[in-house]
Design a protein around this ligand. Sequence first.
Ligand SMILES: *[C@@H]1O[C@H](CO)[C@@H](O)[C@H](O)[C@H]1NC(C)=O
Ligand SMILES: *[C@@H]1O[C@H](CO)[C@@H](O)[C@H](O)[C@H]1NC(C)=O
Ligand SMILES: *[C@@H]1O[C@H](CO)[C@@H](O)[C@H](O)[C@H]1NC(C)=O
Ligand SMILES: *[C@@H]1O[C@H](CO)[C@@H](O)[C@H](O)[C@H]1NC(C)=O
Ligand SMILES: *[C@@H]1O[C@H](CO)[C@@H](O)[C@H](O)[C@H]1NC(C)=O
Ligand SMILES: CC(=O)N[C@H]1CO[C@H](CO)[C@@H](O)[C@@H]1O
Length: 397
Amino acid sequence: MKNQSQSPFSVAGKLINMQSPVLNLLSYIFFFILGLTFGIILCFHYKSFSFNLQLTNGQVSISTSQSLQEQSPQLKFSSPPPNMNNTSKSESLKSPTLMHEMSDEELLWRASMVPKIQEFPFKRVPKVAFMFLTKGPVILAPLWEKFFKGHEGLYSIYVHSDPSFNGSEPEGSVFHGRRIPSKVVQWGHVNMIEAERRLLANALLDFSNQHFVLLSESCIPLHNFSTIYSYITNSAHNFVEAYDLRGPVGRGRYSHRMSPTIKLDQWRKGSQWFEINRKLAIEVISDKTYFPVFQNYCNGSCYADEHYLPTFVNVKFGERNSNRTLTWVDWSRGGPHPAKFIRTDITSEFLEKLRSGRSCEYNGKKTNVCFLFARKFTYNALDRLLRFAPQVMQFNK
Ligand SMILES: *[C@@H]1O[C@H](CO)[C@@H](O)[C@H](O)[C@H]1NC(C)=O
Ligand SMILES: *[C@@H]1O[C@H](CO)[C@@H](O)[C@H](O)[C@H]1NC(C)=O
Ligand SMILES: *[C@@H]1O[C@H](CO)[C@@H](O)[C@H](O)[C@H]1NC(C)=O
Ligand SMILES: *[C@@H]1O[C@H](CO)[C@@H](O)[C@H](O)[C@H]1NC(C)=O
Ligand SMILES: *[C@@H]1O[C@H](CO)[C@@H](O)[C@H](O)[C@H]1NC(C)=O
Ligand SMILES: CC(=O)N[C@H]1CO[C@H](CO)[C@@H](O)[C@@H]1O
């Protein structure tokens, strides 16, 4: 290569050295052709480069304009997911193995890395990571199986369950082999957030995951996969509920020892169940400023799971947040735990009410689809949920 590229120049040099006018003319022609060729090659390169750029920008603007076209109040969220196709030779680049020997510290560090090259070396379809924080098995797994069926390549599943749980999902289940290395989680303890960060970090290792949803074993989907995928991937906002609440269960949980890192007027409350994009997920697992304050001073009746993310997002990333949650829950009965729904609660009217019974904002427009998920549903509600799913939730229509 090197010799080849040198040779035209040495020939040209020899031509210039000769004083004959004919050869001089020849050398001009030679340089002219050389320049022209260079120009054409450069031009071609530049064109294909800008074409790629337009393609990537085009995808973004296409999805944005799609969501802007939607008419209120009946937004349609069921545009078909993109065609799944893959050209990557390396499976490990796209879906790294779930079981690893990394400590939390190593895992968070590894997951915090951001590629400098923006274009993917494989055809990447954005995936939604469904992260289940459970004690034991995902009790409503059969409903989720139905939900995910036929949408392979558009989602990934991660399960963080209590280390003492030794059951395993059968081969062929979407939950098979999806458990991540886990640690003990206590209700209301800051180690709940550590588990959420562990889930996020494991999911971040797969570069195709662009959105991250936290769910519990008692959560159900309220819509079919294509609606949920489209709602999440086309949203301009993250879904972290955050509000300022005066009184003992809001601002009352703030500790003045958190100051000056966190001030009282920055303190927020909100549901633990979030949906965030990759950019925010990386910020959450990389947070070395606010999270240690919670680890040190948010214990006892502080309930980090209701305050850490709302406060962190409010302080640093508030403007891209919808400040609402996608997961419906019923606190109307009072007490420290939300209502549980059993078999007899499940009717199509009840489910329809959760699916579209209120009004909220989506990408700056009014919609009546405010919740994509709901909790808490018990195992004995499963058979009725399975029965209603095809008609009410429009699974696999
Ligand atoms: C993947 O894409 C290539 C070219 O874009 C096409 O020829 C092929 O049929 C596609 N495969 C699938 C499974 O869609
Ligand atoms: C799982 O744990 C239970 C006790 O918690 C034990 O009785 C059972 O044998 C274990 N099963 C397996 C497959 O290890
Ligand atoms: C919370 O942690 C602080 C500092 O570690 C400790 O002084 C305090 O007693 C703890 N409070 C509760 C309720 O555990
Ligand atoms: C959510 O709250 C933040 C303040 O933390 C604000 O900047 C943002 O505009 C709010 N989002 C919406 C959609 O109103
Ligand atoms: C999903 O549900 C929407 C309505 O919410 C419906 O229009 C669409 O056809 C359903 N998609 C599939 C693949 O069943
Ligand atoms: C590497 C990889 O993900 N390959 C998959 C691409 O998609 C086909 C089906 O379209 C699968 O069979 C391959 O396993």
